[in-house]
Design a protein around this ligand. Structure first.
Ligand code: C2E
Ligand code: MG
Ligand code: MG
Ligand code: MG
Length: 288
């Protein structure tokens, strides 16, 4: 009896698992086609200078318009593309689009418009990554200083000397390196010690808690101070409310990104003259 029940359970459980696995396999197969068949699109989200509320540049964020699944967010295919290797091709395509777009916007605006592109660990493994970045910049005529490459802690799970060497070579080109999602990893400090970087992006999970209690505010204040002491520019991610904006201003945070300033949008929807969002005044909040 017990055996029969167990067997039934097994029978009921397995099909679901098999379906999920098959689904992953299908998605990966589709992914190989996505780049060549025009299903990928880059959206751009502004980064704002908090001292004057002006947009200094944009972050390129990839989107996949799947023929039957609709819009697939990067969280649902970048990890698979990373594991399967397709991220190298996808990443090169995003880089090219983004760098060209920055050149176009800079020409239109008559001032340098910055562009940040996420670089996956797998891309950094690729021998040709430095040459690829150099060639992409040269083709678009974009000065290297206008490009920031964002990396996460995942790159440290690789051959660290090689990763550090490649990041150093990219900086030698004049490209800036940003540490993305800072504070979420289990080794954020060793990460800061080891990686050559120019920008620190405070993960939005910390920004979301800003002002909710003294502890959270102190944590963000400390990260901003840490960045300053190390000579890094700091960007607060995921700013959604005027209150978070005001508190970041009080903490002398230099840059921010988030829905309050602008959501990621296709290039043609990005306003030529972005609205300037002045900092509201915040009530003083005690830190611990
Ligand atoms: P990320 O690089 O940390 O990008 C920030 C994410 O936060 C984006 O999600 C953005 O849409 C979202 N975001 C921005 N402001 C707000 C806000 O105010 N509130 C909330 N709730 N969310 C906000 P998205 O576009 O879904 O991308 C997720 C992640 O996928 C990125 O995190 C990045 O790690 C990865 N990714 C996206 N595009 C690429 C790419 O071209 N290459 C690689 N390797 N990874 C990418
Ligand atoms: Mg990023
Ligand atoms: Mg981030
Ligand atoms: Mg993130």
């Amino acid at each position: 009896r017990a055996k029969a029940l167990g067997k039934n359970r097994l029978v009921r459980y397995l099909p679901g698992m098999a379906e999920a696995a098959q689904d992953e396999v299908d998605l990966l197969a589709d992914l190989s086609l996505a780049t060549s068949s025009g299903q990928l699109e880059v959206h751009y989200q502004p980064t704002v200078d908090l001292s004057d509320g002006r947009t200094t540049g944009y972050e390129a964020l990839v989107r996949w318009h799947h023929p039957t699944r609709g819009l697939v967010p990067p969280a649902e295919f970048i990890p698979q593309a990373e594991a399967g290797g397709q991220v190298v091709e996808i990443g090169a395509w995003v880089l090219e689009q983004a760098v060209r777009q920055a050149a176009v916007w800079s020409a239109e605006a008559g001032r340098p418009v910055g562009m940040a592109v996420n670089l996956s660990p797998r891309q950094l493994d690729d021998d040709g990554v430095v040459a690829l970045v150099a060639a992409t910049l040269a083709d678009a005529g974009l000065p290297a200083g206008q490009l920031t490459l964002e990396v996460t802690e995942g790159v440290l799970l690789r051959d660290v000397d090689r990763v550090v060497g490649r990041l150093a070579a990219l900086r030698e080109l004049g490209v800036r390196i940003a540490i993305d999602d800072f504070g979420t990893g289990y080794s954020s400090m060793s990460y800061l010690r080891r990686l050559p970087a120019d920008v620190l992006k405070i993960d939005r999970s910390f920004v979301a808690e800003l002002g909710s209690d003294g502890r959270s505010t102190t944590l963000v204040a400390s990260m901003i101070e840490l960045a300053r002491s190390l000579g890094l520019e700091v960007v607060a991610e995921g700013v959604e409310t005027a209150r978070q904006h005001a508190l970041l201003g009080d903490l002398a945070c230099s840059h921010a990104q988030g829905h309050l300033f602008g959501r990621p949008q296709p290039a043609h929807d990005v306003p030529a003259a972005p609205v300037v969002v002045p900092a509201p005044r915040a009530e003083p909040v005690a830190t611990v």
